[in-house]
Design a protein. Structure first.
Length: 136
């Protein structure tokens, strides 16, 4: 049997809180989705005033980062670099804003952000990743 670390709901809330803090600091409203290592939604926070479409997009960005073990921006960059076929991959949202959450070298989940420009979503997601690193 394997033993592996897992996110707790407390961890998920701390990661999301750091992301929300980054968004608020910049005057942005977003949806923050924390995805567990099985690809399931673990925690979601929709800031007041965020468009409804971002609820699903944030989750999909997080799932993309988890399933492909890389930032969703890496897939966006591939598309922008001349590989539009990447947009046809199943369960791939090729837009920046999703990052894997790693603990002790293992992916334990992902964070997805949607609501502002994709590079801003990425900045907010990075704040969540930094919060996980501080928990370690």
């Amino acid at each position: 049997m394997l033993t592996k670390p897992a996110l707790s709901i407390s961890d998920a809330k701390k990661i999301a809180a750091a992301a929300v803090e980054e968004a608020e600091k910049n005057g942005w409203t977003v949806v923050v989705a924390i995805i567990d290592d099985g690809g399931n939604l673990m925690y979601l926070e929709k800031m007041d005033g965020t468009q409804l479409g971002s609820v699903v997009v944030a989750q999909e960005k997080g799932r993309t980062a988890l399933l492909f073990k890389r930032p969703s921006k890496a897939l966006e960059d591939a598309v922008l670099g001349g590989r539009p076929v990447m947009m046809t991959m199943p369960q791939a949202t090729t837009i920046e804003g999703g990052l894997p959450l790693t603990y002790q070298g293992q992916i334990v989940g992902a964070i997805g952000i949607s609501g502002v420009q994709s590079f801003q979503d990425g900045q907010i997601a990075a704040a969540g990743v930094k919060a996980l690193e501080a928990l370690a």
